[in-house]
Write a protein that binds this ligand. Structure first.
Ligand code: AMP
Ligand code: ZN
Length: 490
């Protein structure tokens, strides 16, 4: 049963917040463009996948049965410079002296490890482009037969002008005008082959040296990038499905091309709600591999990087990301991470406090009101920053109950527990137990070192006792000797 709700989602296609009404009652089909697995995912990529993880989690939390498809781009015509020989997979395989499919395997494993670390749920289907070559060829053939694509020298291109002449409106998602596009497109790819610079590849002819290649009616070649998402989304979700997501930068040309391919072949829109997540910047600059302003997710967790003064727990990173709305740009910096860590620790402390509260006969707190606010925040286009603000109202409430300024009945306490666990663990996906467990372990290790230092002092081994204190201090752990013994602070 889906909880009665007034969920509104921002639809990039209309630019409006719309009431969410799935096509098939309680079932939701959601497709999110996955990673291109030719290198390690960076923290910016993680933000986008985390935004859709939060959306997936909330839909499930409301009771929807969600089929969540997120693909792996392990082939496809992707270059940085338009040169067909600089296909990213082939280029990387030459660089690392590995087979292209070894590159794919290596970075797919890395991708999964990283997302697991940040507590993202796996999609329900994770199809690959290489597993759907036949379907991509079939769609290219269909588009040729319908007059929306043409073949030149073993490559097949989508004919944007033919599509537009049928009144199908190329550019509707990114609000681009075809004349402007024709005048401003400087795409080196397919020069001399394309009828029009805005036309895009559905299939590319492979030169004899090109290693990633498949047989097709047009000779050996490989698929265009946009084709795979149309094929995989419609294969698993039908030719009209609820949600299609990805980063803002995919709106054009990728998603625009997906719409054109689907509408060209079926005559109607493929997606009810298009959703786009905004970018991550670091120290005010867009995170991207090409500019060097990027950090690998694990480097933030281990502290091995030049941008942050310390390591941060994956849950703190997750909390930091969700403190921004998914459609806003989020800038991370050392100060922002430290502030998030503080806030996160307050939340974790409050959850611990909640466990030790003794109920009273009457309540002076309004749990129904809190519940309304938590749902309302998420129903308003997944507004996690407002949700978190209300969770901090709950933190204040919990602390007031602990200090006996407020009272709570057993029934209300149960409700509060359900709400806090539901929204913190299930919806936001914060693994507060893991933080407790690892910080408990760290506490144990520091206490053990203090005992060793005490023994060293008894043995008058001042070199060892100083070494323990200094090395802990270098790690940011300060020891303080007092009448009660030695205490420590982080
Ligand atoms: P890619 O592997 O390059 O196709 O990117 C995977 C996903 O990460 C796409 O949805 C991109 O839009 C998204 N992405 C790339 N750079 C950033 C960034 N700096 N911040 C947030 N998302 C990003
Ligand atoms: Zn895609």
């Amino acid at each position: 049963m889906v909880k009665e709700n007034q969920l509104k989602v921002h639809n990039s296609l209309t630019g409006q917040k719309e009431t969410f009404e799935p096509i098939n009652q309680d079932n939701v089909g959601m497709y999110v463009c996955g990673p291109t697995v030719y290198s390690n995912v960076h923290l910016g990529n993680v933000r986008t996948f985390m935004s859709f993880d939060m959306i997936y989690r909330y839909l499930k939390f409301l009771g929807y049965k969600v089929r969540y498809v997120r693909n792996i781009t392990d082939a496809g015509h992707l270059t940085d410079d338009g040169n067909v020989e600089n296909d990213r997979f082939v280029k990387q395989s030459k660089l690392e002296k590995l087979e292209p499919m070894e590159i794919v395997q290596k970075y797919t494993v890395d991708f999964h490890k990283v997302l697991e670390k940040f507590n993202l749920l796996p999609p329900t289907i994770e199809p690959t482009a290489t597993g759907h070559i036949l379907e991509q060829i079939a769609l290219a053939e269909k588009l040729i037969n319908l007059g929306f694509a043409y073949e030149v020298n073993g490559s097949v291109y989508f004919d944007v002008e033919a599509y537009n002449k049928k009144g199908l409106d190329y550019g509707e998602l990114s609000n681009r005008n075809i004349e402007e596009l024709i005048n401003n497109t400087r795409d080196l790819d397919g020069q001399g082959e394309k009828k029009n610079p805005v036309d895009f590849a559905l299939w590319k002819n492979a030169s004899p040296a090109h290693i990633m290649r498949w047989a097709s009616p047009w000779g050996d070649g490989f698929p265009g990038w946009h084709l795979e998402c149309t094929v995989m989304s419609t294969k698993y979700l039908g030719d009209y499905f609820d949600i299609h997501g990805g980063g803002m930068d995919l709106k054009f040309p990728h998603h625009e091309c997906e719409i054109a391919q689907a509408k060209g072949s079926n005559g109607h829109e493929p997606v009810k709600y298009w959703m786009h997540a905004n970018m991550l910047t670091m120290n005010g600059q867009r995170m991207s591999k090409s500019t060097g302003n990027y950090i690998l997710p694990m480097q933030l967790v281990t502290g091995e990087n030049d941008f942050f003064e310390k390591a941060f727990h994956p849950s703190v990173v997750r909390f930091c990301f969700l403190q921004a709305h998914y459609r806003s740009v989020l800038d991370i910096s050392n100060d922002a991470m430290l502030a998030s860590e503080k806030g996160y620790n307050r939340l974790v402390e409050a959850l611990k406090t909640l466990e030790s509260i003794t109920p009273k006969k009457t309540s002076t707190v309004d749990i129904a009101e809190l519940e309304k606010k938590l749902y309302a925040a998420m129903d308003d286009d997944f507004n996690t920053p407002i949700l978190i603000a209300h969770l901090f109202d709950a933190v204040k409430m919990i602390n007031s109950i602990k200090d006996s300024f407020e009272n709570i009945t057993a029934e209300d306490l149960d409700r509060l527990n359900v709400l806090m666990n539901g929204f913190v663990h299930e919806v936001l996906g914060l693994d507060t137990e893991a933080v407790n467990e690892s910080s408990d372990k760290l506490d144990g290790v520091v206490k053990m070192l203090i005992e060793m230092r005490n023994q060293a002092r008894v043995d008058k081994n001042w070199t060892l006792s100083d070494q323990i204190r200094d090395q802990l201090s270098a790690l940011g752990i300060q020891l303080k000797d007092g009448a009660e013994g030695t205490t420590f602070t982080f």
